[in-house]
Design a protein around this ligand. Structure first.
Ligand code: NAP
Length: 320
């Protein structure tokens, strides 16, 4: 039986792996891959599409997301973590031991740490898919530099949209935020920063109806008014969708408590409603969503799992 199985490999999963490996629990890390429904769990998580991480302590010059992932992986391997390019296909948390299906076979585990992260949300327009990576993006830090001197649209009214718009002003000639209401959801400070920026304008009460293009690249957008005004076509060279994130928790539905928005319901600090099942990172956190907060929670989940393993060993349920 595995003492710890870690599902996911972003900063939360890797930090949990470093701590549990260093505590000699030989964790099995399911790094990711394709889920049975075809959805991709990207090994390394959202850091893999982050160009520069400038706010992770210890890297005063910054570090690229993929390099940070590589370094975390090496660090946990150094202490004996077993990393596999595989996903949890199914789980059974109904009793002890917990069970996780990997590559068609059920594994037993005393504890499981869920660190499956979240993915950017899309509007679901066919034109959005058609022009994905050809002018449509959900990550300004990854793709902004490709849009030098272009006019860009940012869709959304939350902090992510403000952050993306402000970041894009480094490259774009003009940034237009398209928001479906007439006030932002974003925090006051972020909203004011965006509103006061000379390169940023806002299209209030507007929804993106279609992304226009010449078949190869984006040339504009068609906006639909939410207050009954006529549709408008505006030219632009790129569209950044910033309408929030969806947690990757589908396989846990019915097995642990999830919040109505799909995030894992945390009990205490890192617990779930199932004994031995812990959670860390963006799949449980819709608020902070930072690499460092995910890493911190990964550490907490590891320490909580370690304590339970010790208790199981003392009870004779697990061999030392
Ligand atoms: P969010 O706060 O949920 O905002 C999503 C925005 O997208 C909302 O304005 C929403 O409009 C809009 N939206 C959602 N679905 C849409 C659709 N189908 N069509 C058009 N618009 C749509 O998400 P977020 O901005 O990603 O932020 C998530 C959390 O992370 C927040 O707690 C935020 O404070 C935090 N965060 C913080 C920072 C920072 O402080 N630096 C940066 C990024 C994120 P409505 O307003 O009409 O619902």
């Amino acid at each position: 039986m595995h003492k710890v199985v870690i599902i996911g490999s972003g900063p939360a999963g890797f930090t949990a792996a470093i701590y549990t490996a260093r505590a000699n629990l030989q964790p099995l890390v399911l790094e990711g891959g394709f889920l049975p429904n075809g959805e991709l769990m990207t090994p390394g998580g959202q850091l893999m599409i982050t160009s520069e991480v400038e706010n992770y302590p210890g890297f005063p010059e910054g570090i690229t997301g993929p390099e940070l992932v590589d370094r975390c992986r090496e660090q946990s391997k150094r202490f004996g973590a077993d990393h596999r390019d595989a996903v949890a296909e199914e789980v059974d948390f109904s009793g002890f031991p917990l069970r996780v299906k990997v590559e068609g076979a059920w594994l037993s585990a005393a504890t499981v740490i869920i660190a499956t992260g979240a993915n950017a949300r899309w509007l679901g327009l066919p034109s959005e898919q058609q022009y994905l990576n050809r002018g449509v993006s959900a990550c300004a830090t990854c793709d902004g530099a490709f849009f030098k001197d272009r006019e860009l649209m940012v869709i959304g009214g939350g902090d992510s949209a403000m952050e993306e718009a402000l970041f894009l002003t480094r490259y774009a000639s003009r940034v237009t935020i398209v928001h479906r209401r007439e006030s932002f959801r974003a925090s006051k400070i972020m909203a004011e920063r965006a509103l006061q920026h000379p390169k940023i304008t806002v299209e209030w009460n507007s929804e993106l109806e279609e992304i226009l293009g010449d078949g190869q690249r984006v040339t504009g957008v068609r906006l639909n008014s939410t207050i009954g005004l006529p549709n408008r076509d505006l030219p632009c060279g790129g569209v950044f969708v910033a309408i929030g994130h969806t947690p990757s928790t589908g396989i846990f539905q019915g097995h642990i408590d999830l919040r109505p928005d799909g995030y894992v319901q945390v009990h205490g600090m890192t617990g779930t409603n199932r004994k031995g099942v812990f959670v860390a990172g963006d799949c449980a956190d819709s608020r902070y969503r930072q690499a460092i907060t995910a890493a911190g929670m990964g550490c907490m989940a590891a320490l909580d799992a370690e304590k339970l393993v010790e208790a199981y060993e003392a009870e004779g349920l697990l061999a030392h």
